[in-house]
Ligand binder design. Structure first.
Ligand SMILES: NC(=O)c1ccc[n+]([C@@H]2O[C@H](COP(=O)([O-])OP(=O)(O)OC[C@H]3O[C@@H](n4cnc5c(N)ncnc54)[C@H](O)[C@@H]3O)[C@@H](O)[C@H]2O)c1
Length: 345
């Protein structure tokens, strides 16, 4: 069996809780090396997942010929430069969300990915929504079971990343209390770029592109130099009005999509943990609750990417789609700062 050598850059929360556990469960994957600027994190992570090589300089990982593919799992503004370095080094790349925090940085990723069409570059989080729940919702909309959809509300929000960051620090025996997500210098964007990226992804997958948007964001509760709450209203190319919300300012994580059609309604709650979809059909005045499985296959994100490498297919979540999300988020930030509607036509 052909095995693909992987490297993981950034040995923090998402690498330890998601990427490495999934990669280490896939037969066609051999995790060859990890890298983190914090030596202890690289060393401990390598030990935990039995990865034979670890580095504090990710270039050392990229120089290895047995590393064919990498995951970029570092703070947001570093995604674009590290992904470009990985592409230049001839590696397939999975880029954590958001692909970049500025459109100009997203454009560089697109430029290099286009120059190296032989490499697979997958931008998160699009593939997360390649699941039976999302297929069900999409089918209801496309086959007009809900009738004309005039409005929808998409909210992805939780209580903030600081406890999670403390848990990550504890995992490495470090002192907690430092949360880079709150620091404009290190994160560039706040809740919008961390969590709102999911709301925008789903709005895009369900309703296409935005014709115009207006946004309000603010720092309402956290001691942060970035926004902790944001709401964006968009006119979509399908004609629907979509409200995309996000926050770090609520008692617990709760994600919801409500789609208001003239013939039916769809409520989808908690789509990452224990999802429930309810479909109200006005012709029977009843709610339907379908029984669906959560994912198409275990470790779908990484299995899908590996399959694309082996079968030379295009991964779900292209660099162009990733760039579009950055355009939306940058426009939302500008709209809030300037107090005006941004048009895309
Ligand atoms: N898709 C998801 O479900 C999900 C969940 C959490 C985080 N994320 C994203 O993943 C990214 C990382 O988040 P996290 O929660 O793991 O953060 P984290 O702080 O726990 O981990 C990031 C790691 O990157 C390291 N790092 C920083 N700069 C580096 C560099 N130049 N080279 C090598 N290592 C470097 C840090 O030392 C740290 O260990 C963020 O952009 C975040 O938005 C995604």
């Amino acid at each position: 069996m052909r095995k693909i050598g992987f490297g993981v850059i950034g040995c923090g929360g998402i690498a330890n809780y998601f990427h490495l556990p999934e990669l280490c469960n896939i037969e066609e994957v051999n995790v060859v090396a990890v890298a983190d600027i914090k030596e202890k994190r690289a060393r401990i992570t390598a030990g935990k997942f039995k990865v034979p090589n670890w580095y504090t300089d990710y270039w050392k990982l990229l120089e290895r010929e047995d590393v064919e593919a990498v995951v970029v799992a570092t703070p947001h503004p570093t995604h674009s430069p590290i992904a470009v370095d990985a592409i230049k080094a001839g590696k397939h790349v999975i880029i954590q969300k958001p692909m970049a925090t500025k459109v100009k940085d997203a454009e560089i990723v697109v430029e290099y990915a286009k120059k190296h069409k032989e490499l697979k570059v997958m931008v998160l989080p699009f593939v997360y929504f390649d699941n039976p729940y999302f297929d069900y919702v999409k089918e209801l909309i496309c086959n007009e079971h809900l009738g004309k959809v005039c409005m929808a509300r998409i909210r992805v929000a939780h209580s903030g990343p600081e406890k999670y960051q403390d848990d990550v620090a504890k995992m490495f025996g470090e002192e907690g209390g430092d949360c880079w997500f709150f620091d404009k210098q290190r994160a560039d964007g706040g809740a919008l770029f961390d969590m709102g990226v999911y709301s925008f992804t789903m709005a895009n997958l369900l309703f296409g592109k935005a014709r115009r948007l207006i946004s309000i964001m603010d720092t309402l509760d956290k001691k942060a130099s970035v926004e902790d709450s944001a709401a964006t209203i968009m006119n979509m190319e399908t004609g629907s009005i979509v409200v995309a919300e996000t926050a770090w300012t609520q008692a617990r994580g709760a994600n919801e999509i409500i789609i208001y059609g003239v013939k039916g309604m769809l409520v989808w709650e908690d789509f990452f943990g224990n999802p429930i979809v309810k479909h109200y059909d006005s012709s029977s005045s009843s709610w339907k609750i379908p029984s669906l499985s959560r994912e198409k296959e275990p470790q779908h994100t990484h299995r899908h990417f590996v399959k694309c490498i082996i079968e030379d297919a295009v991964p779900i979540g292209t660099v162009e789609e990733g760039k579009y999300l950055v355009e939306l988020m940058e426009a939302a930030r500008r709209s809030s700062e300037e107090g005006r509607i941004i048009d895309f036509v």
